[in-house]
Design a protein around this ligand. Structure first.
Ligand SMILES: O=C(O)CCC(=O)C(=O)O
Length: 262
């Protein structure tokens, strides 16, 4: 993949607001390859990836979530390992190296779909230090009708709150300590196929229900600064790995995807 012209303005915007939109980052060929790979993999029984579909009917209405598809399909692995995206994550986060935390497909079904409630990602992750960030990639144009994301600018500055239940959500705006939220008006992140957004794990975000006739397929890659340490919280990606509390999250499942030297 050809390098994306990430500017200092993109980086400054991300650091100030906790999210950034990157237009025209993928060629139609890159997107079609991803679509083909996702079609292949989501239609079969997963052996190494974690399929969180069917755990609860309410969760399924939020999205069908399939985690770590890079383990399941060579084409997805190539996409996840692309330097183009990982170097952007490296520069936005300001770290010396970034590791993969996990990828996931997030598929909102048409019709009987509900919103992805306002939440922060970081409280779900078993990490001590914040800094991890997600790249969110829709396969088709997305807007309010089909389940695009929304962000609250600067909300990452509020810090870590309690995790929000996506099926029985608390009101995150009431959880933020008084005076910490600078803005409360959401920015609707409409994207064209070929665009993506990056958001900080602490940024408040939401996705509309999918009211369109088509699946809303998004693929997200989550990067963490190398050196991020394990806090012992249960998580499907770390349970059973024998990680030690306080030690860096490392190992084959969390490969380094970019360094300053790249
Ligand atoms: O795709 C969605 O519905 C929500 C995505 C999300 O919350 C995320 O990628 O962090």
């Amino acid at each position: 993949m050809k390098e994306y012209p990430l500017t200092d303005e993109h980086i400054a915007f991300y650091r100030e607001n906790g999210y950034v939109k990157l237009e025209g980052i993928f060629t139609s060929e890159e997107l079609e390859n991803l679509r083909k790979a996702l079609n292949e993999v989501t239609g079969r029984t997963l052996t190494k990836a974690i399929d969180r579909t069917g755990l609860s009917s309410e969760y399924d209405r939020v999205f069908h979530q399939k985690v770590n598809l890079w383990l399941e399909h060579e084409g997805i692995k190539q996409f996840v390992f692309s330097k183009k995206l990982a170097k952007i994550a490296l520069r936005l986060s300001g770290s010396k190296a970034v590791r993969l935390w996990h990828d996931h497909a997030l598929i909102k079904m048409p019709k009987d779909s509900r919103e992805t409630a306002w939440h922060q990602d970081f409280p779900y992750w078993p990490m001590n230090e914040s800094g991890a960030l997600s790249c969110w990639i829709p396969l088709d144009d997305v807007d309010e009708n089909s389940g695009c994301l929304c962000f609250i600018p600067k909300s990452h500055k509020v810090g870590k709150l309690e995790p929000i239940s996506l099926t029985d959500p608390q009101d995150i705006f009431k959880l933020a300590p008084e005076g910490t939220l600078e803005e409360t008006t959401p920015v609707v992140m409409r994207l064209k196929a070929g665009d993506c957004s990056f958001h900080n794990g602490l940024t408040f975000h939401y996705a509309f229900p999918n009211r369109s006739e088509k699946l809303r397929v998004a693929f997200a890659i989550i990067y963490m600064p190398d050196g991020t340490t394990y806090n012992g919280k249960n998580h499907v990606c770390t349970d059973g790995l024998g990680l030690k509390v306080g030690e860096p999250i490392t190992g084959d499942l969390f490969p380094i995807l970019a360094t300053e030297e790249d």
